[in-house]
Design a protein. Structure first.
Length: 198
């Protein structure tokens, strides 16, 4: 692909891959199919519990959620189901049925998904529309830190990653949508959509 170039948003501080260097749909799917995210992998389950545990601490019993960008093996959805919640699945490559996008949810999870958004503003507006007032949006992504490390950053070298967020970027996104953001663990953000009248 040659040398990839990037641009910075002066408003939100996100870093975007030049669209000329993005993979096409077939190449992107081929990369995802190499992932081995299995329920029997204790390391992967532990990674997911970093977002599942703080989210579960904030949910009331019997909530209905959406795993947005669930991938081929929705391990997180099963963790949440095991805790007594129902979870619908959507993924443009592996669960492309759009029916779940016609409902609204008490919580939405996006684990290692938002860095793949080619149109993040559009995607976050969609997530806001899918989230009920009083609901939670749980995100994981590696927060970008100093620019000096960017060239050698392992996260940047993944060819499917097209946008990189600083904590300040997510704070800006939360403010745009009227969400309240907390960072319970490193590289985890929870967005709370205030209830009507709150």
């Amino acid at each position: 692909m040659g040398v990839r170039s990037y641009r910075r948003c002066d408003t939100c501080e996100a870093t975007f891959l030049d669209p000329a260097h993005c993979l096409n749909t077939e190449q992107e799917r081929a990369e995802y199919e190499q992932h081995q995210n299995l329920p029997g992998d204790a390391g992967y389950v532990g990674f997911l519990k970093r977002v599942a545990d703080p989210l579960l601490d904030r949910l009331t019993p019997g909530c209905h959620g959406l795993d947005y960008g669930c991938g081929p093996g929705p391990v997180l959805a099963q963790l949440l189901r095991d805790a007594g919640h129902t979870v619908a699945l959507y993924d443009p490559f592996f669960q492309p049925d759009a029916a779940p996008l016609q409902a609204t949810y008490d919580f939405i999870t996006c684990t290692e998904v938002i860095e793949h958004f080619h149109a993040p503003a559009l995607e976050f507006r969609r997530l806001d529309a899918l989230l009920k007032p009083g609901g939670w949006l749980a995100l994981t992504t590696c927060f970008q830190t100093d620019d000096a490390r960017f060239a050698q950053w392992h996260y940047r070298r993944d060819p499917t990653h097209v946008v990189f967020y600083r904590e300040a970027t997510l704070t800006h996104i939360a403010r745009q949508h009227g969400w309240q953001m907390t960072v319970p663990k490193r590289n985890v953000a929870l967005m709370h959509k205030p209830a009507v009248g709150a």
